[in-house]
Design a protein around this ligand. Structure first.
Ligand code: ATP
Length: 258
């Protein structure tokens, strides 16, 4: 099977600091894979490289068989990669519904002229987008809040809204940066189930950065462990939990406790 994502010898140097060093990562269709590592290990930098926020210093990124190294973020999004951010980035002053509609991939199916003149093509497109956005909100149990401003949602709901918005672009690869950050254990458990369900339902491949080890070990089929920018281990949750290099990187604690 062809990998959805293949990262070869990926490196990023900021000034004198090597944040990511010769990483090799492969994701296969439908996989749910974790990316873990201590603070500052380079996890978010990898997401930023994958999504074109920074060009890599070295190495290549292949997405759906194409070399996307050096592509711009909007090009990569259009090819089917979506992400969420460690610090939530919603449009705070837009409604919950508009946050999702703005990302809908049905955008652009009608031209500028029909948008300005509100021609039938615009109205039909607008209706489809609203329906699709409402469907997504229902899945994420946010439909009853669709007219509220995003900034007024509690934290856990903002996190769910961010994932719903990412899915509106109909990605084939979804990158989640600490989706459970700031959630309580009950919300985290619900989110785990939701991520699993969404992966199956939307035929997605998911790469997930997460500090909550019970979440990572509970839902990921494979895990990559980064330390000082390098992949020091990859394997099943069980293999990772018992890997001496991983235990050392984490000083034993978090990984064993999970
Ligand atoms: N734009 C940048 N300029 C300079 N240094 C950077 C930049 N982005 C990240 N770094 C550095 O690269 C290293 C890796 O950071 P990164 O944010 O990728 O780690 P992380 O594993 O995501 O950490 P955390 O778990 O704390 O979010 C850190 O030392 C960080 O300070």
């Amino acid at each position: 099977m062809e990998p959805v994502l293949k990262v070869e010898q990926l490196s990023k140097v900021f000034g004198g600091l090597t944040a990511v060093s010769r990483c090799q990562i492969e994701l296969y269709p439908g996989e749910l894979v974790g990316l873990i590592g201590p603070n500052g290990a380079g996890k978010t930098t990898i997401f930023n490289l994958l999504t074109g926020v920074y060009p890599p210093t070295e190495g290549n990124i292949y997405f759906a068989g194409k070399n996307i190294t050096g592509s711009k973020p909007y090009q990569i999004t259009a090819m089917g990669m979506a992400r969420t951010f460690q610090n939530i980035r919603l449009f705070a002053d837009l409604t919950v519904l508009d946050n999702v509609k703005i990302a809908c991939h049905w955008h652009g199916q009608y031209g500028l002229l029909s948008t300005i003149l509100r021609l039938p093509g615009f109205n039909a497109g607008e209706k489809i987008m609203t329906e699709k956005a409402e469907e997504l909100l229902k899945i994420f149990r946010l439909d009853h809040k669709k007219n509220e401003l995003a900034k007024n949602l509690p934290y856990g709901e903002q996190r769910r809204l961010e994932i719903a918005r990412a899915l509106a672009a109909r990605p084939r690869l979804l990158l989640l940066d600490e989706p459970a950050a700031g959630m309580n254990p009950q919300e985290t458990r619900e989110l785990m189930n939701l991520i699993r369900w969404v992966r199956n339902e939307f035929d997605l491949t998911i790469l997930l950065i997460e500090h909550d080890m019970s979440l990572v070990m509970g839902i990921c089929e494979r895990i990559y462990v980064l330390d000082y920018g390098k992949v020091i281990a990859h394997g099943t949750p069980e293999e990772i939990q018992n890997d001496p290099k991983v235990i050392e990187a984490y000083l034993g604690e978090e990984v064993k406790r999970a």
